[in-house]
Every structure is written in structure tokens, then in C-alpha cells.
Write a protein that binds this ligand. Structure first.
Ligand code: SF4
Ligand code: SF4
Length: 134
């Protein structure tokens, strides 16, 4: 599907994630974008079937709703809290405010191709991810 996304946002966001709820651009993307690791599945526990779906044989993704993550609350324009912030997957935690992926998402109004869903090297802080203040 082609994701149109939101309007672009200029400038750099606050490094501490204070701008994330008002932004929400990196949470706008197509289906099968936010992939779950086994550790994510354990963290989600009973919430797993509510927010995610299995793509056989063994890939699990956060559900999408239209052009955005299904866990993104879009009920109030300009206010985009993550409904599962405390148990969000590692993919989301890796996207840091001010990172190339974040800046691209703000420029495009949606998640772009520069996102790298991979764990940082051992010992590195995985960061607060998108929406660190959500
Ligand atoms: S991390 Fe995501 S929600 Fe936060 S400012 Fe960047 S694009 Fe917006
Ligand atoms: S931070 Fe929350 S709303 Fe955004 S992509 Fe991850 S799970 Fe979805």
C-alpha cells in the first residue's frame, strides 16, 4: 500500500522525545512494518493477540490500521500517543528522536526507508525510541 502520511515537519525534534506525541510521523507506515522479537512477545504477554498478528510460519507484526500503526491513538489531530508505550517492541525503541530515521519521517510525514530495525552493539543503550515521552 502507498502510505501518504501526515504533513511534513521542519526542524529537529527535542532529543528527549518531548516532541514525539505531537509528531507521530515514524508511527505512520504500512502493514508488517513493526516486527516482534521473542523478547517483545514475552513483554507483551496477554496483550499480544490484541495488538499483533502472526504471519505464518513465524513472523509477528504489530497490527496496522490504515496508514499507521494500530497502536497509535489518532483520535485527536496533532496528538499521537502510543497506546502500548510501556510494552512497545524493540523496533520502536531503536528509533531515536533526532536520528536519521526520525528526521526522514518528519520530512516525509511517515516512516521512510532509512530506518534500521536492528539491535545496537552489545553494551549500547537501545535508546528511548519514538515517543520517549508517550
Ligand atoms: S522519533 Fe518519531 S515521533 Fe519522535 S520526533 Fe522523531 S519521527 Fe516524530
Ligand atoms: S511506538 Fe507505539 S504507536 Fe509507534 S509504531 Fe511503535 S507500537 Fe506503534
Amino acid at each position: 500500500m502507498t502510505v501518504v502520511g501526515l504533513t511534513p515537519l521542519a526542524g529537529e525534534p527535542a532529543a528527549n522525545g518531548d516532541d514525539c506525541v505531537a509528531c507521530g510521523r515514524c508511527c505512520h507506515h504500512g502493514p508488517q512494518t513493526v516486527h516482534l522479537l521473542e523478547s517483545d512477545e514475552v513483554r507483551m504477554g496477554k496483550a499480544l493477540p490484541v495488538w499483533t498478528e502472526l504471519h505464518p510460519p513465524y513472523f509477528r507484526f504489530v497490527k496496522n490500521e490504515g496508514e499507521a500503526c494500530g497502536a497509535l491513538d489518532r483520535s485527536v489531530p496533532g496528538h499521537y500517543p502510543c497506546l502500548i508505550y510501556a510494552i512497545r517492541p524493540e523496533d520502536c525503541r531503536i528509533v531515536e528522536p533526532g536520528s536519521p530515521c526520525c528526521l526522514e519521517a518528519r520530512r516525509l510525514g511517515k516512516l521512510g526507508t532509512s530506518v534500521e530495525f536492528k539491535r545496537p552493539a552489545s553494551g549500547d543503550d537501545p535508546g528511548q525510541g519514538p515517543s520517549s515521552s508517550r
